[in-house]
Design a protein around this ligand. Structure first.
Ligand SMILES: Nc1ncnc2c1ncn2[C@@H]1O[C@H](COP(=O)(O)OP(=O)(O)OP(=O)(O)O)[C@@H](O)[C@H]1O
Ligand SMILES: [Mg+2]
Length: 248
């Protein structure tokens, strides 16, 4: 992916196994968020391919719009929380459900019986998701009144409402305290099991990355400089120099 003269991603080769938890780390400006933006149709990569394996066979994602990518099973959260602050918590999740609704424009306009039944089912499903992930009691609160940690959690629940097979989390622990980060780690494990999905997370919190990941990819200046298990990455001299060294 290049922006004018800047090569933001260069020959990035990535494989995410079904049901795995993979982390993407690297210094600021390495290209991590740009990679998510390419996967989710926000940017169209200048070259290359992105393939999503589905039960029905492999699908090319390159060139698809964000809503099309979502429908195929990729959901994400953003580095800076992007929720509808003036809507309720439940309404934010309902928006996530929308891509799975069958009712077309006519159904939505005239709200026939089938559409109303579908809306009720979506509301029920959204409420169950909130309840399952500890936000049921806040369903009717205005989103802006939620504490920061709960807003981060709500973003994840909204992403789940699209029923993804791959969940992309961009710095989910940013701004969380140690206790909340530990809860996030449990939450990610539970989500992976219950929703049968794979997780790819961008994260700067090294203790979270090292304890949660099965595979870690390290990027620097738009290139993947290392990949492997936490053990391998921890001992990779290039990684220590490029990234972990900064923390020391
Ligand atoms: N739309 C754009 N136009 C021009 N340059 C961009 C654009 N998006 C990203 N870049 C550049 O691409 C590079 C990678 O940015 P990116 O946001 O992907 O980094 P990052 O690894 O997510 O960093 P951080 O850890 O700070 O979030 C940066 O140099 C950034 O300025
Ligand atoms: Mg980023």
């Amino acid at each position: 992916m290049s922006f004018g003269g800047l090569l933001a991603l260069d020959q990035v080769d990535f494989q995410i196994g079904a049901g795995s938890i993979t982390a993407l780390i690297g210094p600021n400006g390495a290209g991590k968020t740009t990679f998510f933006n390419c996967l989710t149709g926000i940017y169209i990569p200048t070259s290359g391919t992105i393939t999503l394996n589905q039960p029905s066979g492999p699908r090319q994602l390159h060139g698809l719009r964000p809503d099309q990518v979502t429908t195929l099973g990729l959901a994400r959260t953003f580095q800076n929380i992007r929720l509808f602050n003036d809507l309720t918590v439940l309404e934010n999740v309902l928006i996530g459900c929308h891509c799975r609704m069958k009712a077309g424009l006519l159904g939505a306009l005239f709200r026939d019986r089938k559409t109303r039944a579908e809306e009720r089912a979506m509301a029920e499903f959204s409420y169950q998701l909130l309840d399952r992930y500890g936000l049921g009691g806040a369903a009717n609160e205005l989103t802006k009144n939620l504490p920061y940690g709960a807003q981060r959690r709500l973003e994840i629940v909204r992403a789940l409402a699209t029923r993804p097979s791959l969940l992309l989390l961009d710095e989910p622990a940013a701004g969380l305290n140690i206790g909340e980060t530990r809860e996030l780690e449990d939450l990610i494990h539970i989500i992976r099991e219950r929703e049968s999905l794979s997780v790819l997370l961008i994260e700067h919190d090294m203790s979270l990355v090292m304890s949660i990941s099965e595979q870690i990819y390290v990027m620097e200046y738009g290139r993947v400089i290392a990949r492997g298990t936490p053990e391998v990455i921890r001992n990779d001299s290039r990684v220590i120099q490029a990234y972990l060294g900064e923390e020391a």
